[in-house]
Design a protein around this ligand. Structure first.
Ligand code: NAD
Ligand code: TYD
Length: 349
């Protein structure tokens, strides 16, 4: 395996944990973090490793074709771990085209630049595309998504991710481009932007604001602690087999309303509030259009083939996550000022 790795979206939630893991663990690798620093990207997430000699930050947009080709010419990245994306379903409902641009065209630019750079010699090279379980659509009350489940995306976000997955596969079939793909369930943990369920609700409880549960709250997600996802990405990057897909999940299904109640209970204890006071903030609001009922991953392949399994229980991971947000109030305040306020009003008023 060659060691010059381009990681895209490294200033975001999952990307920052992947960058930290690789920079600290593989001192002889050169890690390049390409990120446009959208509302979701934040270099504060990487403060502790930014001066490491094996780490370089490149500010840039994956939708800029010329720029992407120029950095491949300059640095000759041997491997790509591609996480940069527009990642929030609610935003995709309001502005689907932004998702096509970054998630589909951006991925195409990376594939084309990688192909042009290495067309005569893909030996030891790899394009690792990070995707989501949402490409499989929705499950009913039973069953699990396996690597063989047909794609059936329902939101503009999941349709754009499905499209990018298909292009990665097509480049493998057509041009022998060496790739792996992983499809992961919902992540939670430190540094997640407070537009997603868990950090949004933590922030609202801190500020004594309503907790907007969509519909009846009986929607199910399979939650995974973000550092466990980063560990799975490390294993798949190094040991995964080209052209294969790996599903990653937490073996950890929760109905939204049950998760929110657990979160409220933990928050009451940590904030020294009267038992039940956070739960009183729960407010049932208009449902998300096209809301997928249930996601649940069969992660037995990555478990059996690569020996991966989650390292923390949900109760432990959630507790660590709340502690991180309570200890990093400045981070939370800085990302919820400015643009966030108008986003929040538009989404929840
Ligand atoms: P995020 O929104 O927190 O971060 C995305 C990062 O990409 C940000 O740093 C942003 O600045 C950057 N970015 C966005 N558009 C860009 C562009 N045009 N050019 C360059 N950089 C750009 O997302 P996340 O939750 O960390 O997700 C990372 C990846 O993992 C995504 O591909 C997502 O689809 C996938 N994924 C996420 C989850 C989850 O629960 N969050 C689950 C499964 C898969
Ligand atoms: P989210 O964190 O946006 O992830 P995804 O849509 O990718 O699964 O949402 C998780 C679940 O929580 C989903 O069923 C939608 C629900 N939800 C709410 O009920 N209220 C909210 O304010 C948000 C953001 C999500």
């Amino acid at each position: 395996m060659n060691k010059k790795i381009l990681i895209t979206g490294g200033a975001g939630f999952i990307g920052s944990h992947v960058i930290r893991l690789f920079v600290n663990k593989y001192k002889d690798y050169k890690i390049y973090n390409l990120d446009a620093l959208t509302y979701a990207g934040n270099l504060e997430n990487l403060k502790d490793i930014e001066d490491s000699p094996n780490y370089t930050f490149i500010k840039g947009d994956i939708t800029d074709e010329n720029f992407i080709h120029s950095i491949f010419e300059e640095y000759e990245f041997e491997n790509v771990i591609h996480l940069a994306a527009e990642s929030h379903v609610d935003r995709s409902i309001k502005d689907p085209l932004a998702f096509v641009k970054t998630n589909v065209l951006g991925t195409m630019n990376l594939l084309n630049a990688f192909k042009l750079c290495w067309k005569d010699n893909f030996e030891g090279k790899r394009f690792y595309h990070i995707s989501t379980d949402e490409v499989y659509g929705t499950l009913g009350e039973t069953g699990l998504f396996t690597e063989k489940t047909s794609y059936d995306p329902n939101s503009p976000y999941s349709a754009s991710k499905a499209s990018s997955d298909h292009f990665v596969r097509a480049y493998g079939e057509t041009y022998n481009l060496p790739y792996v793909i992983s499809n992961c369930s919902n992540n939670y943990g430190p540094n997640q932007f407070p537009e997603k369920l868990i950090p949004l609700f933590i922030n609202n409880i801190i500020n004594n604001k309503p907790l907007p549960v969509y519909g009846d709250g009986n929607y199910t997600r399979d939650w995974l602690y973000v550092i466990d996802h980063a560990v799975a990405i490390d294993l798949i990057f190094h040991q995964g087999i080209n052209t294969e897909t790996y599903n990653i999940g937490g073996f950890n299904e929760w109905k939204n309303i049950d998760l929110v109640r657990l979160l409220c209970q933990q928050m009451d204890v940590k904030l020294g509030k009267e038992k039940g006071s956070s739960e009183r903030l729960i407010t049932f609001v208009k449902d998300r259009p096209g809301h997928d009922l249930r996601y649940a991953i069969d992660a037995s392949k990555v478990n059996k083939k690569l020996g991966w399994k989650p390292s923390v229980t949900f109760e432990e991971g959630l507790s660590k996550t709340i502690d991180w947000y309570l200890e990093n109030n400045d981070w939370l305040n800085s990302v919820t000022s400015g643009e966030y306020q108008s986003y929040y009003l538009k989404q929840y008023s």
